[in-house]
Ligand binder design. Structure first.
Ligand code: PLP
Length: 394
C-alpha cells in the first residue's frame, strides 16, 4: 500500500532518528514537548460544549453504566475522608487479571501511569524507543526530563515495524530505558499480533522494560491479538497499562492502572501521589462487575464503526482497519482543513498526527452522532474522493 508521499519523509525522519540513535547522538526530544493529547475546546459557555458532537478524543458517548453511577453516588459520603473504604479496588483489579495486588498501581487515568513510567525508567537520560505516530504521553514525559525519543516510522500499511524496533533497541542497548508499544496503536487503530509482541520481547535484552499500552483492549476482535498480562505473571520486565476511560466511560472521572512485576511497581510508586478519588475507585469496581454493559458498549461501538467505515469506503475513501473505538480515514488533503470544516458544523474530530497529516482520526459515538458526521462529510466532500487524492490514498 502506498501511504502517500509522506511515507518517504516519514521513512527519512524515522531512519534519521534511528541513525542518530545508533551513533549515540540525541534526536531532538523537545519536538515531543507539545501540548497534551486531549484537545481543549475554547467555549464561552458550557452549553456550547454540551451541544458539540465529540468525535475527537475516543471517549465512550454513553458514559458510566447505571450500576457504576449507583456505586459512585454512594461514595460521596467519603468526600471529606482519608483512608475510607474503597471497595478494595486494587484487590478487585488484581483478581480480574489473576495477579497479586502488589502487581497493580492505580493512577488518575492511565496517562498518569505512562508519565510515571517515563519518570521512573527514563530518569537517567535514557532513550525510549517506539513508533510515530502513536500516543505520545511517554514521549512528552521523556521530553520533560531531557530523555531521548527514538520514534520509528510505521510500515507502509500503517502497522508497527517490530523488526526495526528490535534492531534499534539492540543497537542502543546501553542507552535504552524503555520500549513503548501501543497495542492497538492510537491513532491508527491497528493491533500488533501476540506473535509479534512475543518476538519483540524475545528479541531485545530482557532487562529493558517494555510498556505495552492496552487502552483499547476491550474493543479488539482480531484473533491474532492477546493481552500481554501473562508476561507480567512470568516476571518479565513488562508493564501493561489499562484505562477505565474508554469502554467504561470514565474519562472525566480519571482511573487507570499499570500491571507489572512487583519491583517495577515499587520503583514507579516513588513517583505516585495518590491521585485517585473515592468516586472513581467505587465506579471502577462496579465497572468490572458489569460485563453486560461492557459487552453492549463494545458491540454497539464496533457495529457503528464498521457501518461508518463501510460508507466511507463505498464513497471511494481509504479507511484504515481498526480494532478500537476510532478509525483513520485518508482525506487526500490536509486533515487540519477538514477539521475546520467539521468544527464549523459543530463537530469536533481528531487532531493532527504528524507525519500522517492527510489522515483524519474519527472517534465513534452514537449512531445519531455518526449520522451527523456522515451528513457533514458529504457536504465537505461533495464529489467523494477526487481523482488526485484517490490515487494518493490507494
Ligand atoms: C493509547 C492510549 N493510552 C492511554 C490513554 C490515556 O487515557 P486515560 O489517561 O484517560 O486513562 C489514551 C487516551 O486517549 C490512549 O489513547
Amino acid at each position: 500500500m502506498a501511504m502517500t508521499a509522506d511515507v518517504t519523509r516519514r521513512r527519512f525522519m524515522g531512519s534519521a532518528a534511528a541513525a542518530l540513535a545508533a551513533i549515540g547522538l540525541k534526536p531532538d526530544s523537545k519536538v515531543w514537548a507539545q501540548p497534551g493529547r486531549a484537545p481543549t475546546f475554547p467555549m464561552s459557555r458550557d452549553d456550547e460544549y454540551d451541544s458539540l458532537i465529540k468525535l475527537a478524543s475516543n471517549e465512550n458517548p454513553w458514559g458510566p453504566s447505571e450500576a457504576m453511577m449507583e456505586a459512585m453516588n454512594s461514595a460521596w459520603k467519603y468526600s471529606n475522608r482519608y483512608g475510607y473504604p474503597d471497595g478494595n479496588v486494587r484487590e478487585v483489579i488484581a483478581e480480574h487479571h489473576g495477579v497479586r495486588p502488589e502487581n497493580i498501581l492505580l493512577h488518575a487515568g492511565s496517562a498518569e501511569t505512562l508519565r510515571v513510567a517515563g519518570l521512573t525508567f527514563l530518569g537517567h537520560d535514557e532513550k525510549v524507543v517506539g513508533v510515530e505516530p502513536t500516543f505520545t504521553t511517554v514521549y512528552q514525559a521523556a521530553s520533560g526530563i531531557d530523555a531521548d525519543v527514538v520514534a520509528l516510522p510505521l510500515n507502509d500499511d500503517a502497522t508497527q515495524n517490530i523488526d526495526e524496533m528490535i534492531r534499534v533497541t539492540r543497537r542502543n542497548y546501553r542507552d535504552v530505558g524503555m520500549v513503548y508499544l501501543c497495542n492497538p496503536n492510537n491513532p491508527t487503530g491497528i493491533t500488533v499480533s501476540s506473535h509479534d509482541v512475543q518476538k519483540l520481547l524475545d528479541g531485545i535484552p530482557e532487562d529493558i522494560p517494555v510498556l505495552i499500552d492496552e487502552a483499547y483492549h476491550h474493543f479488539i476482535m482480531d484473533p491474532s491479538y492477546a493481552t500481554a498480562v501473562p508476561y507480567v505473571k512470568e516476571g518479565r520486565k513488562v508493564l501493561v497499562t489499562r484505562t477505565f476511560s474508554k469502554i467504561y466511560g470514565m474519562a472525566g472521572m480519571r482511573l487507570g492502572y499499570g500491571i507489572a512485576p512487583r519491583d517495577m511497581i515499587s520503583d514507579m510508586r516513588r513517583y505516585t501521589t495518590g491521585t485517585v478519588n473515592a468516586l472513581a475507585k467505587w465506579g471502577g469496581v462496579a465497572a468490572l462487575a458489569d460485563t453486560e454493559t461492557e459487552h453492549w458498549v463494545r458491540d454497539e461501538t464496533i457495529r457503528v464503526r464498521e457501518e461508518t467505515r463501510e460508507a466511507l469506503i463505498e464513497m471511494g475513501f481509504k479507511v484504515l482497519p481498526s480494532d478500537t473505538n476510532f478509525f483513520m480515514v485518508h482525506t487526500g488533503r490536509m486533515a487540519s482543513e477538514v477539521r475546520g470544516e467539521f468544527r464549523r458544523r459543530n463537530i469536533a474530530v481528531g487532531r493532527d498526527f504528524p507525519p500522517m497529516l492527510d489522515y483524519l482520526r474519527v472517534s465513534i459515538s452514537t449512531e445519531e452522532d455518526m449520522d451527523k458526521f456522515m451528513e457533514a462529510w458529504q457536504e465537505i466532500f461533495p464529489d467523494g474522493m477526487t481523482a488526485d487524492a484517490g490515487t494518493r490514498g490507494n
